[in-house]
Write a protein that binds this ligand. Structure first.
Ligand SMILES: Cc1cc2nc3c(=O)[nH]c(=O)nc-3n(C[C@H](O)[C@H](O)[C@H](O)COP(=O)(O)OP(=O)(O)OC[C@H]3O[C@@H](n4cnc5c(N)ncnc54)[C@H](O)[C@@H]3O)c2cc1C
Length: 477
């Protein structure tokens, strides 16, 4: 029986990051991976989706050159190799995280599916391995909704959508979270007739409602058909055509397309004999405390299998915390105070901290949300990118507690506010920086200046001096 200091189950972003840290701490470390190192992020998540979105953007821009004062006699775009391009990019990124590279760095890679046999042993294939500590980093898979007939139909999820041979001519997308919105955007731009179905009223339920509504209008303008408040009754397939019967506003409707993509959330991968290891879990995943320890204190869990926030950057941050807690004598809590995310739609929608609505309900009069539309940015004009808005929620003290950005480069831009928020840089200080012109970043300067002026106007000493000056001038005259 081979023994390690630490065995990590799952070689996605969380597992890979933790393994490097543990090796640096001198721990004899192994990763067990049943598929390919890199996990969902590299093979069926972030990387292929962002690559496809980029190709789709190029098509969209090419079709809209008149916006930039250009004309073209002929535009003949062939998308037949776009999915091979996506897979080639995945391979390029995977080339940096192969088993050979990790073995060379000192991490043992065990290929196969891990299953706990006891509190301190796992089985992989027909071998038993033991370790002083384990980390569960098995990620999540597409959550499949309970719709009559769905099991009998060949549908797509993130696992096979990028493996298709060609871009389908029509597609039903169920789900309006980040994955559904990104995939609807990309396939629609690449020529697929997309029908986006939602059980709820709008899209991206965790985002600012005003911004997600602007984004939805843009998606509709581009040709995506959006049906909200749907009750899904039944799914069926006839000659490779998939149909869904749904009820909306009391009326029954049947939608048919070549493909059906399920994007209704993520379900944690918990099927690895956790009961044998006394590790508690439920439908939301493995239960962990603030130190990322499970109910078995020698077993940690991190990433999509246990966290509420299913993003690569959160998985990686949790990996740093879990690995440090194993490697160092001092235990550190995982903090979610400064998290955020971005939906890579076009325009992008990025969020850090609280949305304006959450800020209002938590802080009332103590908070004010500063807004500015992208059409106030000169760069928005030069680039013909005027759709969007920035919203920054700031406490009277100057502390930034949340920001939402819809617009070009929102995912990059939000880091300026994330920096200020994380390191407690008062919002007015951002007005004192020199912003380069013309950049999207300078859209933050105007709200910051407004806050600075409000701060000056409310400054008690200045108010007193102003009143005193008024009194003295009055006394003189
Ligand atoms: C379409 C899509 C787009 C996304 N886009 C983004 C994005 O733009 N930005 C972002 O931050 N996040 C994005 N995500 C989310 C991101 O992919 C995940 O948050 C991230 O991959 C989680 O990392 P992880 O290491 O926890 O799990 P995973 O990446 O899922 O890795 C888990 C690994 O464990 C392995 N495994 C599972 N069970 C076992 C077992 N019993 N034995 C051995 N191995 C096992 C799996 O094979 C897998 O390799 C996206 C997700 C999807 C689906």
């Amino acid at each position: 029986m081979e023994k390690f200091d630490v065995i990590i189950i799952g070689g996605g972003p969380a597992g890979l990051v933790a393994s490097k840290i543990l090796v640096a701490f001198g721990k004899k470390t192994a990763i067990v991976e049943r598929a390919k190192l890199g996990g969902d992020c590299t093979h069926s998540g972030c990387v292929p989706s962002k690559t496809l979105l980029k190709s789709a953007k190029v098509v969209y821009d090419a079709k809209n050159i008149s916006k930039y004062g250009l004309t073209s006699n002929e535009l003949n775009i062939d998308t037949s190799s776009v999915l091979s391009h996506v897979r080639a990019v995945v391979d390029e990124i995977y080339a940096h995280e192969t088993p050979e590279i990790f073995e060379k760095a000192g991490v043992s890679i065990i290929e196969g599916e891990a299953f706990f046999k006891s509190k301190s042993e796992i089985q992989v294939n027909d071998k038993i391995y033991t370790a002083s500590k384990f980390i569960i980093a098995t990620g999540a898979a597409a959550a499949i909704p309970d719709i009559k007939g769905l099991k009998e139909v060949s549908y797509l999820t993130n696992e096979n959508v990028f493996l298709q041979k060609s871009i389908p001519s029509s597609m039903i997308v169920i789900g309006t979270g980040a994955i559904g919105i990104e995939m609807a955007t990309a396939f629609n731009r690449l020529g697929t007739k997309v029908t986006l179905l939602s059980r709820s009223k709008g899209i991206l339920k965790d985002s600012d409602e005003e911004l997600s509504s602007i984004l939805l209008e843009q998606l509709k303008k581009e040709g995506i058909e959006f049906l909200n408040n749907c009750n899904f009754e039944e799914v069926f397939e006839i000659q490779n055509e998939k149909s869904i019967t749904l009820k909306r506003e009391g009326k029954e409707q049947i939608i048919t397309a070549n493909e059906l993509l399920i994007a209704t959330g993520r379900a944690p991968n918990v099927n690895l004999g956790l009961e044998n290891a006394a590790v508690k879990y439920d439908k939301n995943g493995v239960k962990v405390d603030a130190y990322l320890q499970t109910s078995n204190k020698n077993i940690y869990a991190m990433g999509d299998v246990s966290t509420k926030y299913k993003f690569t950057h959160i998985a990686e941050q949790e990996a740093i915390v879990a690995a440090s807690n194993i490697g160092l004598p001092i235990n550190k809590k995982m903090s979610y105070e400064h998290i955020g995310w971005c939906v890579y739609s076009d325009p992008e929608l990025a969020q850090i901290g609280l949305t304006p609505k959450e800020a209002d309900s938590q802080y009332g009069d103590e908070v004010k949300t500063y807004k500015l539309e992208y059409k106030n940015s000169d760069r928005g004009y030069t680039d013909m990118d005027k759709i969007g808005m920035i919203k920054i929620s700031v406490l009277n003290s100057g502390k930034i507690i949340g920001a939402s950005i819809l617009g070009s480069r929102a995912g990059e831009l939000i880091h300026q506010l994330q920096l200020a928020k994380t390191f407690d840089i008062s919002f007015d200080k951002l007005s004192k920086m020199v912003y380069l012109y013309p950049t999207y970043a300078d859209i933050i300067k105007q709200p910051a200046k407004k806050f600075y002026i409000n701060k000056l106007l409310n400054n008690k000493v200045l108010k007193f001096l102003k009143a005193a000056k008024g009194f003295l001038t009055g006394a003189k005259s």
